[in-house]
Design a protein around this ligand. Structure first.
Ligand SMILES: Cc1cc2nc3c(=O)[nH]c(=O)nc-3n(C[C@H](O)[C@H](O)[C@H](O)COP(=O)(O)OP(=O)(O)OC[C@H]3O[C@@H](n4cnc5c(N)ncnc54)[C@H](O)[C@@H]3O)c2cc1C
Length: 598
């Protein structure tokens, strides 16, 4: 295998996390940085030609190719896992910008107590209230430590919204249940679609506290602290699963690339698929025992396959894994770094605490008037947090934690949004269905619930013993199912949503049937967490609170794979905040003293 000239830092993955770290290193150091991205290059202008709904929303033009690499799935360790053959439950990205190019840009923060979930829950309800078999852990960071980084992330991507808790002062019209923010949102809320105002009025009439959903589809032209400008959103309704035609929605290519491109010491190599992180003592090391012992505790670089199919070794002083939850976990397992998690004994940490956001349409509501739902943006709409986290008392409820309920105006696209009919229409085919589908195309909306998923000992990832990818490496195996806590939470949220839909004046309401077993064919967000989790102790986590590997101090891991469990909110603001925190620790401390960060 050919060895390339060494660089200071190699970053695996060119999505939000990898490119944010590369941007920070580019601006704040003179280190040579190479980003290896498995997909092709992308830039803002690529999206100007317009949107093809069939290509993007049905054929998933921007997503990972499952015919080359997928994961296998099973509900329990007793089952035989089978490959997920079609994109369904989540939609991983590929190419420069990763999933950050086709994300929806909702930008909520986690509840403050999410970061100390174990401690806070036991304090309030006692250890006996935790579900049997839970694997809930504190993160090793607190709200006060992460809040300034949330603010930097908000400013980077220009989040639009209205504060509901500014330094402890509650503000009507914002989310009064959010953690105290140090600053107002960088831009005011987006326009609120008509359908979302119906929700807002109804929720208020029932005593709830609606607020504009925060999003990185800015309400007006915004220039971030790096000097990068993006225009305000025009509400075309093509965000989620698309790149933005006008460069308004924050994406790595329109927010980070313009800065990275100014730094000649940072480069991005596309069509470069990393296969292993090389670590320990190699044949090229001198036979000096002391040097060998030190090198054994370091990562030495990565191997990758380039566009011509050639496998190359890229040596580096610092290795940053930023390839999204499943790939980060798989690369550690394939590289034999750390002990794989064993649910039978509880030993090992790599692969543990797999969680997936609870996301479902709690009701479908049908109205007797047009709702103009074709206008919207990925994140515009109204939400309530009255049932989020632990803001409501769970003493007499059959579940812990909760989530947020919203009426979003993400834009009704003609092909994929067509076909919903109320329960009174008995058939799902034929002339009567077609007539009703046309009538209700713009008279229909759903109320969606985003809920928190707890971690369990029996939900994890490991290498599949049977199935392999196109290059012959074992696929990642996911073991996951819903439990009673999630099922009861879903039931509770659905009842609340039905109540609100009726108060909105819906003619007919159909409610979500409930959670049975986890289903890989239903899309339920690409918010998948765990596998390389952060924590306060090396016994039960893979990285320390600065996302530095416990055993290999020159290896850093970014992204939601480091979340011990999931909060109800969409993860990217938390991911970006933690990436900024790692960038500070790397530049200000590690580079001066390359050792474990206390
Ligand atoms: C349809 C959709 C909507 C979403 N909406 C929202 C939202 O509204 N709000 C929110 O907070 N989040 C949302 N997300 C999630 C958000 O996109 C992710 O949280 C975010 O992109 C994660 O950033 P990342 O850098 O960790 O991973 P990614 O963006 O996935 O980037 C990882 C990169 O690593 C590359 N890679 C993987 N394996 C390798 C390898 N072996 N070698 C080299 N490169 C590799 C991939 O090609 C990819 O480009 C959405 C996601 C999707 C798919």
């Amino acid at each position: 295998m050919k060895t390339l000239p060494a660089v200071d830092v190699v970053v695996v993955g060119g999505g939000w996390t990898g490119l944010l770290l590369a941007k920070e290193l580019g601006a704040r150091t003179s280190l040579s940085v190479v980003v290896l991205e498995r997909g092709g290059p992308r830039k803002t202008e690529d999206y100007a030609a317009g949107m093809d709904e069939v290509d993007h929303n049905l054929r998933f033009a921007m997503m990972q190719d499952y015919s080359k690499e997928t994961a296998t799935f099973r509900h329990t360790a007793r089952d035989r896992a089978l490959p997920i053959r079609q994109l369904g439950n989540f939609l991983p990205g590929t190419g420069t910008g990763g999933a950050g190019e086709h994300w929806g840009a909702h930008c909520p923060r986690y509840q403050p107590d999410c970061f100390e979930l174990y401690t806070r829950t036991v304090e309030k309800y006692g250890a006996k209230r935790l579900p049997e078999d839970h694997a809930i852990l504190d993160w090793g960071v607190t709200w006060d430590e992460i809040e300034p980084y949330y603010t930097r992330a908000d400013k980077l991507i220009g989040v639009s919204g209205k504060a509901g808790n500014l330094r402890g002062k509650l503000i009507d019209g914002g989310n009064i249940f959010e953690g105290p923010r140090s600053e107002e949102y960088p831009t005011p809320p987006t326009k609120i679609p008509y359908y979302s105002t119906l929700f807002s009025d109804a929720a208020k009439s029932l005593g709830y506290h609606p607020y504009p959903n925060p999003g990185a589809t800015p309400s007006q032209t915004y220039t971030n602290p790096d000097g990068v400008s993006r225009p305000g959103c025009v509400y075309c309704g093509f965000c989620d699963r698309y790149g933005c035609m006008i460069g308004s929605k924050a994406q790595p290519t329109n927010t980070l690339l313009p800065v990275i491109e100014k730094h000649k010491h940072v480069s991005i190599r596309t069509r470069a698929t990393v296969r292993r992180i090389v670590h320990g003592v190699g044949r090229d090391v001198a036979h000096n025992a002391q040097a060998a012992a030190a090198i054994a505790r370091r990562a030495r670089g990565v191997t990758y396959i380039d566009a011509n199919g050639e496998e190359l070794f890229q040596p580096a002083e610092v290795i940053v894994l930023a390839s999204w939850t499943l790939n980060n976990t798989r690369l550690l397992l394939l590289s034999n770094i750390g002990e794989p998690y064993d649910p039978a004994t509880g030993r090992g940490a790599v692969g543990r605490n797999l969680t997936h956001q609870i996301l479902f349409p709690a009701v479908d509501a049908f109205f007797d008037k047009p709702l103009n739902r074709f206008m919207g943006s990925g994140a515009s709409g109204m939400r309530i947090s009255d049932f989020d986290g632990d803001v409501f008392d769970h003493s007499n409820l059959p579940f812990l934690r909760g989530g947020t309920l919203g009426a979003m105006g993400t834009g009704y696209q003609p092909v994929t949004s067509f076909g919903a009919v109320p329960p009174s229409v008995k058939f799902r085919w034929g002339a009567a269905w077609k007539k009703a589908a046309v009538e209700y195309y713009d008279r229909h909306g759903s109320l969606s619930f985003s809920g928190e998923h707890l971690a369990y000992k029996s939900h994890y990832m490991d290498l599949d013993p049977t199935y392999k990818d196109h290059a012959g490496d074992p696929l990642l195996r996911l073991t996951l199912d819903w439990r009673d806590n999630e099922r009861k939470m879903v039931e509770y949220a659905t009842t609340k949503a039905v109540e609100i839909a009726h108060a909105m004046g819906a003619r007919e309401v159909s409610s979500f049937p409930g959670y049975g077993h986890y289903d890989v064919t239903r899309y339920q967000s690409t918010h998948v967490q765990g596998g390389t989790i952060m924590g306060a102790a090396p016994e039960n986590s893979v990285v320390n609170p600065y996302l530095q590997h416990w055993q290999l101090p020159n290896l850093f891991i970014l992204g939601a794979s480091t979340f011990p469990q999931q909060g109800s909110a969409n993860p990217t603001p938390t991911i970006l905040a933690l990436t900024y925190r790692t960038a500070d620790a790397l530049v200000d401390r590690y580079l001066k003293n390359p050792a474990p960060l206390a």
